[in-house]
Design a protein around this ligand. Structure first.
Ligand SMILES: Cc1cc2nc3c(=O)[nH]c(=O)nc-3n(C[C@H](O)[C@H](O)[C@H](O)COP(=O)(O)OP(=O)(O)OC[C@H]3O[C@@H](n4cnc5c(N)ncnc54)[C@H](O)[C@@H]3O)c2cc1C
Length: 318
């Protein structure tokens, strides 16, 4: 018996949201008294794979196939589930998790609970809580199937690490021919910038900034504190900022430790993508701006006066 967890990798390292999922899976495995086994796909060095052990995985199974598609990865995971007699498979509720977890659930005829925010409760069967309605409410589900697939909303739980290393096991199985051949990867600008979906700190701005020429101070603040930049939807729609920075209901959903919102009103559609942030700081000249209701800290003031002062203070701190 075991609990499995899928780990994604980027630039030769396991990604942060996957490592959170490993920690989550290992806590479930400990509660059940079984092993926690991570599964990875791609050409990645053994010492990078062993890091899964720091987050609680006993072993990590790696298939070195490069650029495998989601169907191939789902097949790999299903094979390992059968080999290891796993009862629970955990994913991060990130881009890969959202694409692969449902395929695995279908293959295993398993229940799937996506966007879970707490550890399961095994006292009365198997219940687990998930976030619903764009983070506005929570729902608890009872799992009635033999196997369960869970995807963990990033940044939902504290992570505990140790010095342990995971035992690396190579999986040489042939994942078959992809129905979707990978051709090339071309990033749309933003090279060297912090990835918004993985960022711990995010500085975001909206229409209150009046025009794209005023984003210098936003980038200055982001660079000074090591944050990614984001924006509201109208700002991306008008073309002041690239679309990949747009957060919200129709953009990217993020859950950083710190979200600084500058000149953003806090419309419900914007909040839907950022209200999972641990700490929200709002800078707005209108004291009645709805965003203040969701804020942990608020500064009522003109962004053009407040932000340069914040940059100055952050530089002094650095
Ligand atoms: C179906 C649908 C989906 C949507 N999806 C999204 C989404 O995913 N993401 C999203 O962001 N929006 C989304 N929207 C749009 C959303 O409803 C709001 O219109 C949008 O978020 C407003 O953007 P904003 O806050 O930048 O601009 P505004 O609403 O114009 O607010 C600007 C704010 O800046 C403040 N301000 C002005 N000048 C200054 C200054 N000098 N200093 C400080 N503050 C200042 C103002 O007080 C105001 O609060 C969606 C809408 C619909 C209908």
């Amino acid at each position: 018996m075991s609990v499995l967890v899928f780990v994604d990798n980027k630039n030769g390292a396991l990604v942060k949201s996957s490592l959170e999922a490993v920690n989550y899976a290992s806590t479930i495995a400990s509660a059940k008294g079984v092993d926690c086994i991570a599964i990875s796909c791609g050409s990645i060095a053994n010492d990078a794979l062993e890091v899964a052990g720091n987050y609680g995985a006993n072993k990590i199974v790696n298939n070195a196939t490069e650029n495998a598609d989601n169907a191939q990865i789902a097949q790999l995971i299903s094979n390992v589930v059968a080999e290891q007699s796993a009862s629970v498979v955990v994913f991060s509720h990130d881009f890969s998790g959202k694409a692969i977890a449902p395929r695995v659930a279908a293959k295993l005829n398993a229940a799937i609970v996506s966007g879970v925010v707490e550890l399961p409760n095994f006292e009365n069967g198997f219940t687990v809580k998930k976030s619903v309605f764009s983070g506005k409410a929570f729902a608890t589900y009872k799992v009635n199937s033999e196997k369960a697939v869970l995807s963990l909303l990033p940044n939902s739980l504290d992570v505990a690490t140790t010095d342990s290393k995971a035992e690396v096991i190579s999986d040489n199985s042939d994942l078959g021919i992809s129905k979707l051949a990978f051709k090339e990867f071309k990033k749309k600008g933003g090279e060297g910038k912090i990835d918004l979906t993985e960022a711990e700190l995010v500085v975001s701005a909206g229409r209150g900034l009046k025009g794209p020429e005023n984003w210098g101070m936003v980038e200055d603040l982001a660079n000074t504190i090591g944050a990614a930049t984001a924006c509201s939807r109208p700002v991306a729609d008008i073309g002041w900022r690239p679309h990949h920075e747009h957060v919200g209901q129709t953009g990217v959903a993020i859950r950083p430790n710190l979200y600084i919102a500058i000149g953003i009103s806090g419309a419900i559609q914007h909040l839907a993508g950022v209200n999972g942030s641990k700490v929200i700081v709002v800078i707005n000249k209108d004291p009645e701006a709805p965003f203040f209701k969701a804020a942990d800290y608020g500064i009522v003031g003109d962004a053009f006066e407040v932000v340069p002062k914040l940059v100055e203070a952050a530089k002094a701190l650095n």
